[in-house]
Design a protein. Structure first.
Length: 294
């Protein structure tokens, strides 16, 4: 894969955390502290809203309580439209990973309007971690499910998942190849005879398996248990379903190729299935063009 002019999605040298004043703020800050300890990152805390001295003092108190007020960390408080301001700050500060909390499931109205966290996932130009159930207590990451689709972004996504697995001492990583039912139906159409369709399908499966094996052979997996699974169904849906069934701690997906909008939620882009009903924490891996993102 040609990576000229690209910035690798890891290590996470600078992590931004979107915070508000909600019942889960303390849990998100506790998770932020663990992330900083894990990755030795500089932390950036972003709150979008009108400046309020009492709230600002409370937020600084919380940062101190969770030992997040060190010299490498910074609190940015701005007013404006939340998504646009957070994205602008991430670009200005050259953030590697954006972290936000998200409800497991959106109701229909909120899904079409778009929650802030989910909108950030669709538009962010850096990798983004959505925390489904942030907790004050530490919950170890033991099982990671990662996308293994035939896409130029996939090698970076798999490498990032393995990097995370090694950093968190995860037990195993499942790499999922999704077999698009629509694509296979086309192969079985009148374009090919029955025998030709089977041969063509076998060729596609073989090529994709060889490609995945090549990616894994070029990746330092250490002592990790790497499992490969091929699932037939709608891309995005089947991997989310698999992650839920396997009780995965983290699902890792490629970032969208383009900005997603309402039409992508009526006719879902792969990532929309995970965003609509989070099976677990979700990491969207994004490789950036440097120095500016287009």
């Amino acid at each position: 894969m040609n990576t000229t002019g690209k910035k690798a999605p890891f290590p996470f040298k600078k992590i931004a955390v979107a915070i508000g004043f909600t019942p889960r703020t303390e849990a998100i800050l506790a998770e932020s502290r663990r992330l900083q300890q894990l990755f030795k990152s500089a932390m950036l805390f972003i709150h979008i809203g009108e400046s309020n001295l009492q709230q600002e003092q409370y937020l600084k108190h919380l940062l101190h309580r969770f030992e997040l007020d060190g010299n490498d960390n910074k609190l940015i408080w701005r007013s404006g439209e939340p998504v646009n301001e957070i994205l602008a700050i991430c670009k200005e500060e050259e953030v590697d990973l954006l972290v936000a909390g998200a409800l497991e499931k959106e109701n229909m109205l909120k899904y079409f309007i778009g929650g802030i966290s989910r909108t950030l996932c669709r538009r962010a130009k850096c990798s983004m971690l959505m925390l489904k159930e942030p907790d004050i207590k530490s919950n170890p990451v033991k099982r990671i499910v990662v996308e293994g689709s035939d896409h130029p972004k996939t090698p970076n996504t798999i490498e990032t998942a393995i990097y995370l697995a090694k950093q968190t001492d995860a037990d195993d990583v499942w790499v999922i190849q999704e077999e698009d039912a629509g694509k296979m139906a086309l192969i079985r159409s009148d374009v090919f005879s029955e025998g030709e369709a089977d041969t063509h399908k076998e060729k596609i499966v073989l090529e994709e398996t060889e490609r995945l094996n090549e990616i894994l052979a070029c990746t330092d997996c250490g002592k990790l248990q790497i499992h490969k699974e091929r699932l037939e169904g709608k891309p995005g849906y089947v991997i989310s379903k698999f992650a839920r069934e396997q009780q995965a701690d983290l699902l890792v997906l490629n970032s969208p190729d383009t900005k997603l909008n309402l039409i992508d939620r009526v006719f879902p882009h792969d990532i929309e299935y995970a965003l609509a009903d989070l099976p677990c924490d979700l990491l969207i891996v994004h490789s950036r063009i440097t120095p500016d993102d287009e």
